[in-house]
Design a protein. Structure first.
Length: 217
């Protein structure tokens, strides 16, 4: 039995991984999908990237068993930071159409200009949170803007995780992740996968995503 910790992308909560989690648990694996602070029913004053990383670190430390860390979109920032702090507890780290940052990077720096415009417009109401784009699920919540702006602090220890995988969603225009996928598929330290769907991989291709994740148990 493997242990999966699933970290959703911006504006989303644990519900985004419901179908994926059901598929994994149906195969007998332990699944913990997280709703990061500020993205549930309660606001979280002061939530930033560091605090989100710490929440995943605590989940990793909650059991002696090693974990497969999975991050979608913004979640890639969070799982990288967590793996950097606890690489020996991570069996594999899997990025589902997600950011893979180097030290000092932020979502703001890695995002395309259109996404930066979306962040600015979304934060207009209170300057503290970024409203979810109108096309997203009604369960989405305003996202703490500091998590998109804060630069990540990494030692590089996360690169010691034995298995690293990147899944590219190639069915949408304007993706900031296709170039990253093309680079990583030439790197022998990485496994890469391609799905023909839009960006919301956990909800648009849950069965295909689960099949890929099962390769890393």
């Amino acid at each position: 039995m493997a242990r999966f910790i699933l970290v959703p992308g911006g504006w989303h909560g644990a519900w985004a991984f419901e179908a994926v989690g059901n598929a994994l648990s149906g195969e007998g694996h332990e699944v913990q999908a997280l709703t990061l602070s500020g993205l549930g029913d309660e606001p979280a004053d002061g939530a930033n990237l560091d605090s989100h990383i710490d929440e995943v670190v605590q989940a990793v430390r909650g059991r002696d068993a090693s974990a497969v860390l999975v991050g979608h979109s913004y979640g890639g920032m969070v799982i990288t930071g967590a793996a950097d702090k606890e690489p020996s507890r991570i069996r594999a780290i899997v990025y589902a159409d997600a950011y893979v940052p180097d030290n000092g990077a932020s979502v703001w720096a890695l995002a395309t200009p259109s996404y930066r415009e979306r962040f600015i417009a979304g934060a207009a109401a209170d300057g503290l949170t970024c409203a979810p784009p109108a096309h997203l699920d009604r369960r989405c919540r305003p996202h703490p803007i500091a998590t998109f702006l804060q630069a990540i602090k990494l030692t590089g220890n996360w690169r010691n995780v034995r298995s690293k995988a990147f899944i590219a969603a190639c069915g949408w225009e304007g993706s900031p992740f296709v170039e990253l996928y093309e680079r990583l598929r030439l790197d022998p330290e990485w496994a890469t996968h391609r799905l023909e769907c839009a960006h919301d991989v956990p909800r648009l291709a849950p069965e295909a995503l689960a099949r890929i994740l099962l390769k890393y148990v």
